[in-house]
Unconditional design. Sequence first.
Length: 353
Amino acid sequence: MRATTGPQQMAEVLAAALAAGINHIETAPAYGPAEAFLGQALSQWRGSEPLVITSKLLPGIALEEGKAQLRGILQRLGLERLDNLAIHGLNRPEHLDWALRGAGAELLRWALAEGLVGQVGFSSHGELPLIETALASGRFSFCSLHLHWFDQTRIPLAQAALREGMGVLAISPADKGGRLYAPPEQLRADCAPFEPLELAYRFLLDAGISSLTLGAAQASDLDLAKRLTAEEGRWLEPSHRQALDRAWQAGQSRLSASACQQCRACLPCPNAVPIPELLRLRNLDLGHGMGAFAQERYNLIGRAGHWWESVNASACSGCGDCLPRCPHNLPIPELLAETHERLAAAPRRRLWG
């Protein structure tokens, strides 16, 4: 999704990926010209090892439009068959209904019956109950979820999916996982002698996550992947575990008694404030020096459609409904007000709408 400057850039990224031992390439029509550039790069590839290619379709489209879009994907990629077709952003209940009972269900059945795709799955930025329902539906063979070192909420769902034989892909552990390719100095010091991104990758691989998306824009973005794939599964040595624990404890120490432990007992909020997610951004800002990332994410709230939260901390009325439910006795309304004051700023545009 990031190698979109031209075909040469994509060809260089693909070559570096193959040299790193990567064999799964994911793209989507929504990623601008990336899919067409990938098709051009694939047409020049002369390797003998098979590649696994995934592309995605946005939910909510009519059956005939979906058929036309899938044919367009295959044409751009120069393929007769797509290994994996994912619903791109199964984020709301109506998206799941479309995929299980509506035109989406017909589209997926048609694509499988025609032999145009090998298996179907979904990516989701949605709420935990929605993802759990999708995983339990029996419709999908794989899923792509936000699984991050600094956001471990969905990891139990991912591990349950793996136990059922599903494929699991972590969405953007480098970027959405905290802009870890450009970490703040405080976090780098806490993680020393390792880089934060390496620890984040190792953490997810050790948790059993079967694929990580790397979002490479240039060949050098895959240097770390090349080094890790050579290790053949030795993801967390004692020194890595010590560094992960040291970084986590440093954050907890800075936050002191105000750290939100992400138990979600505060929910539901009468004003639909996503309390745990907002306080997670506060944790990153104050605990790990990740203020730039926290501010970027906070200011996307209400501006990214169904891809992200729609209500920020200013919607807290101070009703106190959450207070007796918090097992850590956090002053949640006060913390939300502080979070808004610290993080609210001029918005930044998402890379993809």
